[in-house]
Write a protein that binds this ligand. Structure first.
Ligand SMILES: Cc1cc2nc3c(=O)[nH]c(=O)nc-3n(C[C@H](O)[C@H](O)[C@H](O)COP(=O)(O)OP(=O)(O)OC[C@H]3O[C@@H](n4cnc5c(N)ncnc54)[C@H](O)[C@@H]3O)c2cc1C
Length: 662
């Protein structure tokens, strides 16, 4: 009897799920990309209307990873579906971690001066610096992904005949400290005049000027009712929040936190307040100092997701002050660094933060300029009188030119390094041998040295003969997982009707989304009519509030690798549909393509005063971990404990200098 009841219940639920799926558009006919092999996708997508990334749902979609990068039409920026750490890119590394035996390797017979592992900005920069010192050198760069750039990944779409770009990862040139001589010098060499491009290309207040505002979406699962609230600026927040499904007390507290000037820590000096704030999370500040309602804590919890990849429970209140989260206005904290401070502009106040510049594909532009610098034949310029940075945005990379026989610089994709060892004793060897796996087969190549510019925590598996203390330090490094999703829409009329361009959604699957920033650079034009197709950028950080930061990171990483594209797609359709419903948005009709850039190994680990002990720099795990080992040196932003492009570049430079001056 009980079993029949529960079977009936299951059937009813399944029927309801199916009908909801239909409303969301999950049953949309499979688009052409499902019938194409990985190679044809690139060219076909360019030529036809936007295609939905449905085939990646199972994770078994055809991937460029299984194809040769020099085959005609190979163009990974156009791939949709599951990107970032895409199927095919991580399996060999995980097999190595799990102690599975390596396939017998074939010796390619190739010999280089340098082999760089990792074609992110750090690895590409390392190749650039090495060649600057040894112009006739021969260099091989390996990367496990089907595209170069690492986190600096380009998402490219053809919507209604126009090129639309978004960053699949690294968003912009921006750092808590100014770019130093090495990183700033590289940008200059590449033709990026940051100050000038800020003036000529960025229209980041475009939507504000159209009268579109910031909103917050309260979802029924977290707050009891679905409600979009528009107008979160100081002037309109009191009116806007009045309609939120929150108890009156919580609404009042939010308005006071955002607009008031209460000193929640009277009788303490600025230094005392700062010290206390460095020892409590922002959530604890709201709960124990402000005495905020639990709904207020829920409302603010995701405010730190984008910057830190974890919620307010795992970020120090003092660091949140620097990022101008509400509640500190009345505390009258004096500017300036204190010892217990995360990696923030105030922590580096003597120098201040860097300039900020967003390219339409984020710092993929920097990666593409580096590739152009290293392998000029791979990039066809337009011939227009643009600067290199302006021209590259609409240039197409010819992937068939990246790894040509006898070229002095070869960039080999879909290739995971699984072993890097000295041929002889590390202190006296003159060569290293690198084993890499490509399409299930192992190969070896040799070089005078190797820069490991991939994720630092993988290095103990690549080089098991590293000193034990160094391996232990590397094992301590845990990266922050996060997801940047690009969604193509037929138009943005719903946003216009709702007077909205960005949404904070503390209880939703993606906790933040916004319309593609308005940038005009070279031949690239952002859209101007709400009737035109547009891309939406969405951010998800898979974390587990309440756990220590790195445990949250580990749990989030595991979640990302076991979440199907179908689950992402259903959540995206549901979220956009519910948030924008009053603007007439229909997810089944208005969503035309989805790219999920999942980064289980995202931000480099940075000092977090809540969880990390204070210690001298030379005792910190990233410093012990990056020590030179014979002819092997270590780069990547991990080695600088700073999840920023200038760190990636600086560490690439240091690793090369250590090798050249060994
Ligand atoms: C979503 C996101 C947004 C970000 N936004 C910004 C931003 O706005 N501004 C900013 O300055 N920074 C940002 N960052 C930080 C970003 O990590 C750095 O700026 C920079 O791009 C890192 O470059 P990297 O070369 O050090 O590392 P990565 O970009 O991670 O590149 C390392 C490459 O090595 C590969 N690799 C690893 N192991 C192996 C192996 N065994 N064999 C072959 N290849 C291997 C990796 O897969 C990867 O492709 C962001 C990061 C993420 C994840």
């Amino acid at each position: 009897m009980g079993a029949t009841k529960s079977n009936n219940f299951k059937e009813i639920m399944q029927k309801e799920d199916k009908s909801r799926d239909r409303e969301l558009g999950m049953d949309k006919p499979i688009t052409r990309r499902d019938f194409l092999n990985g190679l044809a996708i690139g060219t076909a997508t360019l030529a036809c209307e936007p295609l939905l990334g449905a085939s990646a749902a199972s994770g078994s979609a055809p991937s460029a990873a299984t194809e040769a990068q020099d085959a005609p039409g190979y163009y990974p920026p156009l791939l949709t579906g599951m990107r970032g750490s895409h199927p095919g890119s991580f399996e060999a590394a995980h097999a190595l971690r799990d102690g599975e035996p390596l396939p017998t390797a074939t010796n390619t017979g190739e010999e280089y001066d340098l082999i760089v592992v990792g074609a992110g900005i750090s690895g590409l920069a390392a190749a650039h610096f090495y060649r600057a010192h040894a112009p006739s050198s021969r260099i091989l760069i390996l990367d496990n992904h089907d595209d170069f750039g690492g986190h600096a990944k380009r998402n490219e779409f053809n919507l209604g005949g126009h090129l639309h770009l978004l960053n699949g990862g690294t968003l912009e040139i921006d750092s808590p400290r100014p770019y130093g001589p090495v990183a700033a010098g590289l940008l200059k060499t590449l033709g990026i005049d940051v100050a000038k491009l800020i003036k000529t290309t960025q229209h980041l207040d475009y939507y504000d000027r159209l009268g579109l505002k910031s909103g917050a979406f309260f979802d029924r699962e977290t707050f009891g009712a679905d409600k979009l609230v528009v107008g979160l600026d100081k002037k309109s927040i009191a009116q806007a929040i009045a309609t939120a499904p929150l108890p009156e007390q919580a609404r009042k507290q939010i308005v006071e936190l955002e607009t008031g000037a209460t000193d929640y820590m009277p009788n303490l000096s600025s230094a005392e307040k700062k010290d206390r704030l460095s020892r409590m999370s922002y959530e604890a500040f709201l709960r124990d100092v402000v005495h905020a309602d639990p709904q207020v804590l829920k409302f603010y919890n995701a405010r730190t997701h984008g910057e830190w990849g974890v919620g307010t429970d795992a970020v120090a209140a003092l660091d949140c002050w620097v990022f101008e989260l509400p509640g500190f206005q009345g505390l009258k904290l004096k500017h300036g660094a204190t010892p217990r401070m995360g990696y923030t502009p105030a922590g580096y106040e003597t120098t201040g933060g860097s300039l900020r510049l967003h390219f339409p594909d984020g710092n993929a532009t920097v990666a593409r300029l580096l590739v152009r610098d290293l392998i000029s034949g791979a990039v066809r310029g337009s011939g227009a009188p643009w600067s290199p940075a302006e021209d590259i945005v609409t240039s197409r990379i010819d992937y068939s030119q990246l790894d040509t026989p006898n070229a002095p610089l070869r960039l080999r994709l879909n290739s995971t390094a699984v072993r890097v060892r000295h041929l002889g004793e590390p202190h006296s060897a003159t060569q290293v041998e690198v084993t890499y796996v490509r399409a299930g087969r192992a190969y070896t190549a040799r070089a005078g040295g190797s820069v490991l510019a991939g994720y630092n925590m993988m290095i103990p598996y690549l080089c098991p003969e590293l000193p034990e203390a160094q391996k232990a330090a590397l094992h301590e490094l845990v990266k922050t997982p996060l997801v940047y999703t690009s969604v193509a829409l037929t138009n943005w009329r719903a946003f216009e009707r709702l007077e909205l361009h960005r949404v904070y959604a503390p209880g939703s699957y993606h906790t933040y989304f916004h319309l593609n920033p308005h940038v005009t650079i070279g031949a690239y034009q952002s859209v101007t009519s709400p009737d035109d197709p547009i891309l939406v950028h969405m951010v998800r950080t898979p974390c587990r509030p309440g756990l220590p930061e790195h445990d949250q990171n580990r749990a989030g990483r595991a979640e990302l690798l076991t979440t199907s594209f179908e689950t992402f797609e259903r959540n995206i359709r549901d979220q956009l549909g519910r948030t924008l419903a009053d603007g007439g948005f229909d997810p089944a009709r208005d969503i035309t393509a989805i790219t999920v850039n999942r980064w289980p190994h995202g931000y480099a680990p940075e000092y977090n005063p809540l969880f990390d002990p204070e210690m001298p720099e030379n005792e910190q795990p990233h410093v012990i971990g990056r020590a030179k080992f014979g002819r092997i040196t270590i780069a990547n932003s991990d080695a600088g404990a700073a999840a920023y492009t200038d760190s990636a570049i600086n560490q690439g430079h240091r690793a090369v200098m250590e090798l050249l001056h060994a």
